[in-house]
Design a protein around this ligand. Structure first.
Ligand SMILES: [Zn+2]
Length: 200
């Protein structure tokens, strides 16, 4: 049996190495960065994208917290927060929050489902370039994790002034942020284009 030897270069430290076991995860012996990934059929990315899509709407609509200030009980979800920004004169902040935590994550998840779904079924996606551009260009604009941390910090601050009850929205939002984080990190252009060129 003929063994094909491939020459690989580590993108982190530039070390050249030989690889004669194809379709296997190869780590750089010097800096331990993954140089070549085992070729699975992108199902991990597809599952992450579908799970994120299922969490998205509950995370947006379910109440994140409710708090009692005097005799008034106030309940708030993601959309309530946005309304608060616009009504309170924080329009620019409202636009930034809308773009980074509501619009971009949804667009990212939908593009990921269409692209990974087609590649998983061994098809070439019709709008491949558009999907790839969305996944490549918007990955730094998905900021749900930062938003979750800032919400938690403000809840802790708020606890000093009022009785705060955590809503199911905060759990869904945290799960969504974690799934999005994993989805963004799983993005591998080389693997995607290899699968694309091997698809029918
Ligand atoms: Zn290296």
């Amino acid at each position: 049996m003929k063994i094909e030897t491939k020459l690989l270069c580590c993108r982190a430290c530039g070390l050249m190495m030989q690889n004669n076991i194809p379709d296997f995860t190869v780590k750089c012996p010097r800096c331990l960065v993954v140089v070549s990934k085992k070729h699975h059929k992108l199902y991990y990315e597809l599952i992450l994208a579908i799970a994120a899509f299922l969490c998205y709407f509950p995370a947006m609509y379910l109440p994140i917290l409710s708090f009692q200030l005097g005799s008034q009980v106030q309940e708030g979800n993601m959309l309530f927060a946005l309304k608060y920004f616009f009504n309170g004169g924080y329009e620019i902040l409202g636009v930034i929050v809308f773009f980074t935590t509501i619009f971009t994550p949804l667009l990212y998840i939908i593009a990921a489902i269409f692209m990974y779904g087609a590649l998983y079924e061994n098809r070439k996606p019709v709008l491949m370039k558009l999907y790839f551009k969305v996944l490549h260009d918007l990955r730094e604009w998905v900021m749900l994790d930062i938003y979750v941390v800032s919400v938690l910090v403000s809840i802790i601050k708020l606890e000093e002034m009022a009785d705060v009850i955590y809503g199911p929205g905060i759990i869904m939002l945290t799960v969504l942020a974690a799934l999005n984080f994993l989805l963004v990190n799983a993005f591998s252009p080389k693997h995607i284009w290899d699968t694309y060129h091997n698809a029918k």
